[in-house]
Design a binder for this molecule. Structure first.
Ligand code: GTP
Ligand code: MG
Length: 570
């Protein structure tokens, strides 16, 4: 079993109620082996750790590696004026440090990965429970620590000497400026992807948070794992995206009925699998709420189609959704990851379309009748399957290529598809990112949404089985529509924006580099123009304004851009 255990201070009133609880935790307490620390040969984290022969690893392989890294890591709140060298020397008394980095949210934090798990135990053995006179302390140990040691502070340095890794994206105006300085639309699309995608450090932090939360859940389920899914790991995550997690109890050993020796279970008042999931999430949610270090605003949303516990993890700044028994979502994450790995244009296009959609209010962080990022990603995949020749294969084709070990049936749904990337042969399609983006807008500006459904299993539109405005077949639970929530207004908004962007893209003014002015500000062009406030959206907000033909509105927009540019030159 993974060893852990730490000191985090729990401030609760009424210590007596917790004695039983603590005994339970102590049963899993880690015993230090007391390593002699070698001098740290630490490296800061590089951007890319892919080391597979062809640079590609399957998602399950990657998850295992990341989880192992996370188990050997600690999260330390530190003083902003800490001296980096002294800080590392202090920690390396417990063992070699493999990687580390600093970041800032509500204070300065360090993520430190030791070469050995023993070092984590050694470090935790020296950690003390803080004394606060007015509150009771629960000495529950976690790998979230606080290092306040005056001897590690650099008094000569007025400013923080620690180099912090960004954990959020650049603001949209800055993005527009930076893109406007790129020399081609293809470069703009690649730049946007680079600015927005999760960094190596942010991915490590996500896995570490899962690992820290697993330590808490393990009080109830000692061999459980908490795995990230969704955009944190599917390759389409943007800095700042939520952290979707899944409590995996299937990896627990004890599934060998031949032994004749069975664990005793009592399924109290649980008459369905859903009810069991709700009970599990209910107790884990309670636990996070009362004892989870850094977990704030815990809400148990147990009556949702997919029950979940939602909370903020303050030290990382992540908005977290914890689910259980959600293996289909894990499979769709794996599928999206695979599509992203098959051709680099897939990720770039998804990032660009997601950014464009968010800027124009097509998607939102608030649940509602909006198109979700997941639906939008499936729409991009479908569009890429429809190219001639296709850029990515259909899900049916990936299923045909699957070997016996790939077979996967979840709750009666066939979730089988090939896991070996090298078996997937893709015909050569040489379209540029610029062409693809332009074609994407044209494709959906004219798609027969009223009659047809989007289906990435077949790679062909199908007749709509129900009357929802937008129908996108769930790739694995094929009777479900993943965009059931979308209403006509939102779909119309999306179509109007596609029409506008398609028009803009076909206009010479938009796709011509405008140059940089004397004050080093660049006039928006190309992709940057598509991220400017939309005329379509503007008109919708001012209902009283008469609706002009789309071409007139766009012409007006282009004129205003042209005038602005001329104003700068004169
Ligand atoms: P962002 O969080 O918006 O960056 O994207 P995301 O892909 O993580 O989406 P979200 O957090 O909404 O959902 C997480 C994952 O759950 C998705 O990647 C899908 O794998 C899965 N998922 C989301 N919505 C649906 C849905 O309607 N049906 C199914 N089957 N799975 C979904
Ligand atoms: Mg998500």
């Amino acid at each position: 079993m993974a060893s852990f255990y730490n000191v985090f201070s729990l401030r609760v009133r009424g210590m007596t109620n917790l004695v039983k609880f603590l005994r339970k935790f102590n049963a899993f307490a880690y015993r230090s082996t007391g390593t002699d620390a070698a001098v740290a040969q630490a490296e800061t984290v590089g951007r890319d750790t892919r080391d597979g022969k062809d640079g590609r690893k399957s998602l399950p392989t990657l998850l295992v590696e990341r989880q192992e890294q996370a188990e050997k890591s600690v999260l330390i709140s530190c003083q902003s004026k800490a001296n980096e060298k002294k800080f590392l020397k202090y920690l390396s008394r417990h063992g070699d440090i493999k990687k580390y980095f600093f970041y800032e949210t509500y204070g300065m934090y360090a993520v430190v990965e030791f070469a050995s798990q023993d070092s984590v135990a050694s470090l935790l053995d020296t950690a003390a429970v803080p004394s606060v006179s007015h509150e009771s302390m629960v000495p529950f140990k976690s790998r979230l620590l606080s290092l306040r040691n005056p001897s590690l502070v650099d008094l000569s340095n007025q400013q923080s000497g620690l180099q912090c890794q960004p954990q959020t994206t650049i603001p949209i105006n800055e993005l527009i400026q930076r893109l406007s300085k790129d020399e081609s639309v293809d470069r703009q699309i690649t730049s946007l992807t680079e600015f927005y995608q999760l960094t190596e450090e942010n991915i490590r932090l996500r896995f570490l948070v899962c690992s820290l939360l697993k330590d808490i859940a393990a009080a109830y389920f000692p061999e459980c794992t908490i795995k990230p899914f969704g955009s944190s790991v599917n390759g389409f995550g943007k800095l700042g995206c939520d952290l979707d997690m899944f409590l995996d109890l299937d990896s627990i050993s004890g599934w060998n009925p031949k032994s004749g020796l069975f664990l005793e279970y009592q399924m109290k008042r649980a008459n369905s699998e859903r009810a069991v999931t709700q009970s599990i999430l209910s107790v884990i949610g309670e636990c996070m709420d009362h004892f989870g270090p850094g977990c704030v605003g815990v809400q148990k949303i147990l009556n949702a189609r997919c029950p979940l516990v939602r909370f903020s993890h303050q030290p990382s700044g992540f908005q977290c959704d914890l689910t259980a028994n959600n293996r289909v979502a894990m499979k769709s994450t794996e599928l999206l990851y695979m599509y992203g790995e098959l051709d680099p244009r897939v990720r770039s296009l998804v990032f660009t379309v997601r950014c464009w959609a968010r800027t124009h209010g097509v998607t939102s962080s608030i649940p509602g009748a909006w198109i979700t990022n997941f639906s939008l990603t499936v729409m991009v995949l479908f569009f890429l399957q429809k190219r001639s020749p296709p850029i990515i294969p259909t899900l049916d084709h990936l299923q045909d290529l699957a070997g016996p070990t790939d077979k996967c049936i979840i709750e009666g749904n066939n979730c089988t598809f090939v896991s070996d990337f090298s078996k997937v042969q893709i015909p050569s399609n040489k379209e540029t990112l610029e062409q693809l983006l332009c074609e994407f807008f044209e494709f959906y500006a004219t798609f027969p949404f009223s009659r047809m459904s989007i289906n990435i299993r077949k790679g062909k539109e199908q007749n709509k089985p129900e009357v929802a405005p937008l129908h996108i077949q769930n790739p694995f639970e094929t009777s479900l529509n993943i965009s059931k929530n979308v209403n006509t207004t939102q779909l119309d908004h999306f179509i109007a924006l596609c029409q506008e962007s398609s028009w803009l893209f076909n206009h010479r003014e938009t796709v011509t580099l405008r140059g940089v002015g004397g004050d080093n500000t660049a006039t928006p062009w190309g992709l940057a123009t598509l991220l400017l406030p939309s005329q379509v959206a503007g008109i919708k907000r001012h209902k009283k304004r008469r609706r002009e033909p789309a071409s007139e509105r766009i012409k007006g927009l282009l004129e205003s851009l042209k005038n602005k540019n001329q104003g700068k030159k004169s």
